[in-house]
Design a protein around this ligand. Structure first.
Ligand code: FES
Length: 146
């Protein structure tokens, strides 16, 4: 009898622990991906963006609009804050930040390179990355097609 109660209490305790673990994992804390939510006229809004250091980039994901679920990058350079859609215009791979001033945005699939403003430095990509101007609005960043 006592072992039956102990077993039940043990299982309930495990379930409670598992439940707390799952809640903790799904809380979307500060470690989750940044999401740019579609607004009006092709704009997007990012909330709770950490400070972007000079010559650094932070990845995010578009939500909604034409770029839904596509990757993006917020870039802080000598030209100020800007953002690009990080889908390579050659064949759709994700462009990466390199922190190399000569070729700051690089596509690992076929080695296209882009400027911080998304212009093509070297192909095979022929079209620039879609670029967004960035304005601060309180704690939010508003991305507007440039
Ligand atoms: S997909 Fe980027 S260079 Fe080919």
């Amino acid at each position: 009898m006592n072992s039956s109660i102990s077993r039940r209490l043990f299982i309930e305790g495990c379930a409670a622990t598992l439940g707390l673990t799952l809640v903790g994992c799904s809380s979307g804390g500060s470690g989750g991906p940044l999401v740019a939510v579609a607004g009006e006229n092709g704009s997007f809004v990012l909330s709770n963006v950490p400070e972007v250091g000079m010559n650094e980039a932070i990845p995010f994901q578009f939500s909604g609009g034409d770029a839904d679920k596509k990757p993006g990058l917020i870039i802080n350079s000598a030209m100020g804050l800007a953002a690009v859609n990080a889908v390579c215009t050659h064949s759709g791979c994700t462009v990466e930040w390199t922190n190399d001033v000569k070729q700051p945005l690089h596509c690992p699939c076929h080695n296209s390179n882009f400027t911080v403003g998304g212009e093509v430095i070297s192909g095979p990509a022929k079209r620039p990355l879609p670029k967004f101007s960035v304005q601060k609005d309180g704690t939010n960043l508003v991305l507007t097609p440039a």
